[in-house]
Design a protein around this ligand. Structure first.
Ligand code: IPE
Ligand code: IPE
Ligand code: MG
Length: 245
């Protein structure tokens, strides 16, 4: 067992291979302190660093973080600009740490809608870390679950049209293979912070059987200890997949 894991009391054989997180509550964290929402996003970026480090240490294979949704494009322009600046800074600052820790960066979503500068920073860090085979940090950026399914259906439709496959060969596996997450297992665990009991268009197909954990903690207040506690709670769950025990 790796020593980082031994210190946590987690059972190594029951760790999720893929954790997905809806990082919510940055704005409320700031509002509670009479600060600008942007301050909440800045503090939230520190939590991202802590969560990435913790998941890497305990040996999680895939960590998907919902950083910006297709719906978030409707936010005030100043907030979008601040989020994009933070993202660029995160990508540049964390590149070295990702390289040192064998982390591969991946992005899912309509990344072509991001500014040229952000796309450049993203491509740069993704290329630099492409051959790493430790944890995959998967950032959902300009991501929407429905848009992802629409894109998959379009790709499958095109393949039917050109005679490569026929409609009869459409299976759940085929659809999975045409999603942004084709190479990844479905998340066993979905975490949402800030106490909101909704999915907000995140990984609609992939979370069919995910264990859901909602915590009232606002994202900037998330700690390593709470994250380990959430994983311990997950390890107590009985996953039945519709069967009987
Ligand atoms: C999550 O925090 C970050 C993003 C959605 C980009 P919010 O900005 O949604 O924070 P609240 O929900 O307003 O508190
Ligand atoms: C979900 O949070 C999207 C991200 C965490 C990026 P939102 O704050 O956008 O979701 P709603 O509006 O509460 O559903
Ligand atoms: Mg929110």
């Amino acid at each position: 067992m790796n020593s980082n894991l031994a210190n946590t009391g987690l059972e190594p054989e029951k760790l999720p291979s893929h954790i997905a997180v809806i990082m919510d509550g940055n704005g409320r964290w700031a509002q509670k302190r009479f600060l600008n929402r942007i301050k909440g996003h800045e503090k939230g970026a520190d939590t991202v660093r802590m969560v990435v480090r913790t998941c890497r240490e305990i040996g999680i294979q895939f960590l998907t973080l919902y950083a910006f949704s297709t719906e978030n494009w409707e936010r005030p322009k100043a907030e979008i600009t601040a989020l994009m600046t933070l993202l660029k800074r995160f990508l540049a600052d964390e590149k070295q740490e990702m390289l040192e820790n064998n982390i591969r960066l991946n992005a899912i979503g309509q990344t072509d809608r991001l500014s040229a500068e952000v796309q450049q920073a993203l491509g740069d860090t993704m290329n630099a870390t492409a051959s790493n085979n430790g944890m995959c940090l998967n950032l959902a950026l300009s991501y929407g679950g429905r848009a992802e399914i629409v894109e998959a259906v379009k790709k499958i439709g095109a393949r039917i049209k050109n005679g490569e496959i026929d409609a009869e060969s459409i299976t759940p596996e085929l659809i999975t293979q045409h999603l942004y997450t084709a190479e990844m297992p479905d998340p066993e665990l979905l975490i949402r912070t800030s106490g909101e009991f909704r999915i907000s268009n995140f990984l609609l197909w992939q979370i069919a059987y995910s264990e859901i954990h909602v915590t009232p903690t606002l994202w900037p207040d998330m700690t390593r200890e709470e994250l380990i506690g959430i994983l311990k709670d997950y390890q107590q769950r009985e996953r039945r997949f519709g069967r009987v025990t």
